[in-house]
Design a protein around this ligand. Structure first.
Ligand SMILES: [Zn+2]
Ligand SMILES: [Zn+2]
Length: 215
């Protein structure tokens, strides 16, 4: 059974998730948003070993804490990102676009691809490429636990913005349809910002999905 600790961190109020298979004590950080030392300290308190960092996309508010985690743990956790967002990652995740600066993280170790299976102890996650908010955005789907870490693809009653460089509204809507709405209604959506919701709830209540854009 997957254990999940969530944090709201940084100037954009980004959700970071520390997830573990407690039977093995192996942990991953999904979107180390900010303040990496806070996430590392929580893992230490629980005697979990952070072995992996999985990043949904290359916006700075989703990985600014990566450097502190990588540098604070021996051996350093491996970092995974879709190559479509590598240019964004290498430009400080677009931070200068917002007049900000972050400590650049080392380049990711693992290029994520659609359909790839990631393992955390005995728990498996499927990587689903869901571009539109950014070109290399992925979501991490855990069928056994009926949940998906969906970054900035979809939120409670909202969708990711598409006005940033590399964004596309049509592409995002197609990604939501094929990669999110194709999942069972009782699948939990753990988003990059705001509270959690479910596929079924958003299918019925999300104004972006019910107003005809999807047809
Ligand atoms: Zn974003
Ligand atoms: Zn975000």
């Amino acid at each position: 059974m997957l254990e999940i600790v969530s944090f709201v961190l940084g100037p954009a109020g980004t959700n970071a998730y520390l997830v573990a298979d407690p039977s093995e004590g192996t942990a991953a950080v999904i979107d180390p948003a900010w303040d990496g030392h806070v996430i590392t300290a929580e893992a230490k308190k629980r005697r979990w070993k952070i072995a992996k960092i999985w990043v949904t996309h290359g916006h700075f508010d989703h990985f600014a804490g990566a450097k502190a985690i990588v540098e604070g743990i021996e051996p350093a956790p491996v970092v995974a990102l879709h190559p479509g967002d590598l240019p964004l990652w290498q430009m400080q995740g677009g931070a200068p676009f917002f007049g900000m600066h972050i400590d650049p993280a080392p380049d990711p170790d693992i290029p994520l691809s659609h359909g790839q299976i990631l393992e955390l102890g005995s728990i498996k996650f499927e990587v689903r490429h869901a571009p539109g908010h950014s070109p290399g955005h992925v979501v991490f789907y855990c069928a056994d636990e009926k949940l998906v870490f969906c970054g900035d693809v979809i939120f409670l009653r909202g969708i990711g913005r598409t006005d940033l460089p590399g964004g596309s509204f049509q592409t995002l809507m197609r990604s939501i349809q094929t990669q999110i709405l194709s999942l069972p209604d009782d699948t939990r959506l753990l988003s990059g910002h705001g509270p959690e919701t479910t596929v079924g709830e958003e299918r019925r209540e999300n104004p972006f999905l019910t107003n005809g854009f999807m047809q």
